[in-house]
Write a protein that binds this ligand. Structure first.
Ligand code: TRP
Length: 370
């Protein structure tokens, strides 16, 4: 059977290489040194891309480009989501005009979240955290899928006309009416910064988790068709197929999936700092069954959730990180001490962050009301 990727049910994603080998994604390796200032690129966490060359060209030559991303408002904003926020902010600092949409249609159809609840989560959990992490409210458009009226739906209709049922089946496997609507809405989300009234054709980058690749592939195909027009006719919309960057997923604190529906699997940025520190003390590590064995054989940072918190978020200095790695490997750093160190970092981070978040509430409210 042909392989498909199910964007609503992640978890089977150990094999990032498959995406490069079988789905035509390109490796990020070539850009790693050029953009090593972004931790996720430097450390290979952003491992793949499509057409990132276009974006790099815009950055280097100061040409206009945009970033588009959507958030599915279905639960707490946790450290997995922080990664996307950091990426958005980095691209914004590189000159991107930012478009963020709250996928309330998708959360309603696919996760059974009411529109009222979705609105609250999108603002209180996502937008406020984005701002607190450093997103500038200038040069950004934020909207809800449900609110974005005529031109947006026109675009969704245009997308619907440019894809067949069999193509959707080949990409997504099993289909339902709700899935089809979510998918076409997301295509419209991604293409719409290129509508003439919003800035016209230009490179757009979509930073996403690897599970979102089916949507990106579909959107790129549809964008090319809209741009080419029908045979002999004029084009539907002048646009550039959107570029994407793909990151790996953080595992949950207990190993396995990090999931919004299981609070033990993540630390939310709104968690009480003391509670968060307790979650760290209970996290899965790469330690051995006994201290004696660990001193002898060393730990396995690759399997340690504490290490992954450092790698993704808490320790930016590569040398400090590598010191910890080696001390763990050679058995001098034991899990108890390591967890305590990590818990302190998390606690400090959260205390500071939550102050910033409180200050961001007003700006967030303004952004959604305009
Ligand atoms: N489907 C995305 C998710 O599950 C949310 C989303 C909606 C999105 N529209 C988008 C992501 C456009 C990127 C671009 O998180």
């Amino acid at each position: 059977m042909k392989k498909t990727i199910d964007p609503w049910n992640i978890g089977g994603f150990e094999n990032y290489q498959m995406l490069l080998d079988e789905f035509g994604m390109e490796s990020m390796e070539k850009f790693r040194v050029r953009y090593d200032e972004l931790r996720y690129i430097r450390r290979g966490i952003i491992f793949g891309h499509r057409d990132f060359g276009n974006i790099s060209d815009s950055i280097e030559n100061k040409k206009p480009f945009a970033l588009m991303t959507g958030l599915m408002p279905s639960g707490k904003f946790h450290f997995g989501h922080k990664m996307v926020a950091d990426e958005i902010i980095w691209f914004q600092n590189k000159g991107a005009e930012v478009f963020v949409c709250a996928a309330d249609v998708e959360s309603y159809l696919m996760r059974d979240v009411s529109f009222e609840k979705a609105r609250e989560i999108a603002v209180k959990e996502y937008l406020e955290n984005y701002l607190a992490l450093g997103l500038s409210p200038k040069n950004i458009t934020f909207w809800f899928q449900r609110d974005y009226l005529p031109k947006y739906y026109r675009l969704r209709d245009m997308a619907a006309k440019r894809v067949t049922f069999n193509e959707l089946k080949a990409i997504y496997g099993e289909l339902t009416p709700g899935k089809i609507t979510s998918v076409l809405t997301q295509v419209a989300d991604i293409i719409h910064p290129q509508l003439p009234e919003l800035g016209g054709a230009r490179p757009v980058v979509v930073p996403v988790g690897a599970d979102q690749d089916p949507h990106i592939r579909l959107t790129r195909d549809i964008a090319s068709r809209l741009n080419a027009g029908r045979q002999g006719g004029k084009r539907d919309l002048e646009c550039v197929p959107p570029a994407a960057t793909y990151h790996k997923f953080m595992e949950g604190l207990q190993g396995g999936k990090m999931s919004s529906s299981d609070p033990k699997s993540f630390i939310a940025l709104s968690d009480d700092p003391r509670e968060a520190s307790k979650k760290i003390m209970r996290a899965k590590t790469g330690g051995r069954p006994t201290v004696e064995e660990q001193k002898r054989k060393g730990g396995v940072p690759e399997e340690c959730m504490i290490y992954s918190m450092y790698l993704y978020h808490l320790i930016d200095d590569d040398i400090a990180l590598s010191d910890i790695y080696h001390e763990c490997r050679n058995g001098t750093l034991l899990c108890g001490e390591d967890k305590k160190n990590c818990a302190e970092l998390v606690e400090k981070f959260l205390v500071k962050h939550q102050k910033k978040k409180a200050m961001a509430a007003e700006i967030a409210a303004k952004l959604v009301s305009r």
